[in-house]
Design a protein around this ligand. Structure first.
Ligand SMILES: [Zn+2]
Length: 203
């Protein structure tokens, strides 16, 4: 084998190697992308379920901004928590410099209060849910939606000041939890086995 032949041989081998590598990487990225999309769909369906549990229309969970507004309602908080929660997005959309960090922190705080009170409404430890909601809000919302054991109780009083208000001795009402149909979202009368509106069995 001449030196030139040897050189060409090595070149071809290298080209083949990189072709395979690129192909493999593309497949890997593709699979990763599909997994991400699947996870996103699973989370969105969970959020739709959460909205229905709370007696809100499921489609509201899919609409950007409006879904945050409704989530604030579900948490039982004032509408202006919504403004704080979206402040970071608004500021960056408007391209206002210097407010990024402030609005980001404010939005994080609003997120804590939303999930703190969602925890209360679902009879879970509010602080844990508040903190988890800071980092994994989509996943936490989906878990609340999917779980058969956790039901929404609109009669639970919220604490706009979070743990501080609760330390002051605010008691939470537990009498007669309101229930909503998982099929159509209509409010259920106490003690019924089937939804009067769509006939779905009450779980
Ligand atoms: Zn129904």
């Amino acid at each position: 084998m001449s030196e030139e032949q040897l050189f060409n041989n090595v070149l071809n081998k290298n080209a083949e190697f990189f072709d395979n590598l690129t192909g493999g990487l593309l497949i890997f990225v593709g699979i990763l992308f599909l997994i991400l999309i699947a996870a996103l769909v699973v989370i969105i369906i969970g959020e739709v379920k959460l909205f229905k549990k709370a007696g809100k229309p499921g489609w509201a969970a899919i609409v950007p901004f409006y879904s945050t507004y409704v989530l604030v309602e579900i948490a039982g908080l004032n509408w202006w928590y919504f403004l704080i929660a979206i402040s970071g997005t608004i500021v960056s959309l408007l391209g206002i410099d210097g407010l990024g960090t402030v609005t980001l922190l404010a939005a994080r705080a609003a997120n804590f209060f939303i999930f703190y009170n969602l925890g209360k409404k679902f009879k879970k430890d509010p602080t844990t849910y508040g903190i988890l909601g800071l980092f994994f809000y989509g996943i936490i919302a989906a878990i609340l939606g999917y779980s058969k054991n956790m039901q929404y109780d609109s009669s639970v009083e919220v604490s706009p000041n979070g743990p501080i208000d609760d330390k002051k001795g605010n008691t939470t009402k537990t009498a007669e939890p309101e229930r909503f149909c998982l099929g159509c979202g209509k409010k259920l009368k106490p003690g019924v086995q089937f939804c009067e509106n769509c006939g779905k069995k009450v779980e």
